[in-house]
Design a protein around this ligand. Structure first.
Ligand code: LMR
Length: 409
């Protein structure tokens, strides 16, 4: 019955995590999956989340009933405000349709399914992904039957953005293509366009009527500032030249530390003249997709995030928590670079501190990465991406020495 089925290799990220877990070396270091760790290498429950949990559980009427198919309404309202801003015109004018999803991956899957079924703005409806991009992007879209292509992003020689290649790709793609953009803290390179570069990118996109699909998984992680990290999204929405819909896939896995609770949303900002009628239709179709896939979204995490976002005290605690996480990561970037300089490790390591967010694209080759794992028990993705959140004051020296050894080997 399954004569043609083939066993696939383990997932690059979760396979790496399984190998790390199976390693018995006491001083092993996990720089693999993007999950924040504290200075002792332990998972961190944000104080804002702890307080929100207490508030939620003690509140009257707390229960485990089903949510509506769209999700938890206070969460949808607050999550849209976080990404678009308190004074967002799109929200005031009701131009936005929001649907709760199973975190960022569920949001991308839902957005992909929606576009595959209903997007009529181009014959091909190809999704363009940055090269490189998050390991899961490709298969999320291809498994839905969408075609994918790539646009140049990382200039390996200069460890910088290949802006020329990126803009050229936008120009060359058939009108109305779908461009997936990382809203901030690009995964895996940790390299974001500057504000000026974003303006150029968005203008070029507007000329070709491409649809923007934003993947926003790290708002607040790149700079510690939610407003700053929403720059690209808000610039796109406020750009009068962009008439096409804008789709935002929003995850709260990292910035609220709700990894396993799967809290996220899809927001579609529709700029068509008769947007009110179309938005009702969009909502009904998103509801149908959700109902057929998961019935209705999970409640617990969404209630916690909504509590954090809607309570002024918890909201300011969350701001502090974002600063705690982003500043520890920045400190670790500086520390690692400093140690590599002291060790006189061949090469230039400025990119470690120029990059932003959870990841550093170290420039280490797959062979070096493999030696790091086997000889030193330091785990990172074969592309050379290191989750800087896995570094701490107790292991950074070991990691720097291990990098040094594999570079010289
Ligand atoms: C990562 O890139 O490490 C994270 O986004 C975790 C994941 O689901 O892949």
């Amino acid at each position: 019955f399954f004569a043609n089925i083939q066993e696939l290799p383990p997932d690059p990220l979760f396979g790496l995590k399984a190998r790390y877990n199976a390693d018995s070396r006491a001083d092993k270091v996990d720089l693999g999956i993007g999950a924040y760790r504290d200075n002792n290498g332990k998972p961190w429950i944000l104080p804002a989340v702890k307080q929100a949990e207490q508030k939620l559980i003690n509140s009257e009427g707390y229960n485990h009933e089903y949510l509506s198919i769209s999700g938890y309404e206070p969460f949808l309202k607050e999550s849209a405000k976080v990404i678009l801003g308190e004074d967002s015109v799109a929200i005031k004018q009701n131009k936005i349709v929001s649907q709760q999803s199973l975190s960022g991956t569920g949001a991308l899957h839902l957005a992909g399914a929606f576009l595959k079924n209903f997007y009529t703005g181009s014959n091909e409806g190809k999704v363009y992904l940055s090269k490189p991009t998050w390991a899961n992007h490709n298969q999320i879209f291809t498994s839905l039957g969408l075609k994918v292509d790539s646009y140049p992003y990382w200039d390996n020689d200069n460890k910088s953005l290949d802006l020329k290649g990126f803009l050229n790709s936008i120009k060359q793609a058939p009108n109305g293509s779908i461009f997936l953009l990382h809203a901030c803290a690009h995964n895996p390179t940790g390299l974001d366009p500057t504000k000026d570069q974003w303006v150029q990118i968005l203008n070029e996109i507007s000329q070709k009527n491409h649809v923007i699909l934003f993947d926003s998984a790290y708002q607040g992680f790149a700079s510690g500032d939610l407003e700053k990290d929403a720059f690209a999204i808000r610039s796109a929405i406020n750009n009068d030249k962009i008439k096409t819909p804008i789709v935002i896939c929003q995850s709260f896995a990292k910035n609220v530390g709700m990894y396993g609770e799967r809290v996220g949303a899809v927001h579609i900002i529709n700029n068509e003249d008769n947007y009110e009628t179309i938005n009702r239709a969009i909502k009904s179709q998103l509801n149908k997709l959700i109902r057929s896939e998961v019935s209705n979204p999970p409640a617990y995490g969404a209630k916690i995030v909504a509590t954090v976002l809607s309570d002024a005290k918890l909201r300011s605690q969350w701001d502090q928590d974002l600063t705690t996480m982003s500043s520890r990561i920045i400190k670790m970037r500086n520390h690692l670079k400093q140690l590599l300089i002291e060790l006189k490790t061949p090469g230039n390591w400025d990119h470690i501190t120029n990059q932003t967010g959870m990841f550093s694209f170290t420039g280490l080759t797959p062979e070096m990465v493999s030696r790091l794992e086997e000889k030193h028990g330091v785990y990172l993705v074969s592309s050379g991406r290191a989750s800087v959140a896995g570094l701490n004051e107790h292991n950074v020296e070991k990691v720097a020495k291990a990098f040094d050894e594999v570079v010289r080997f």
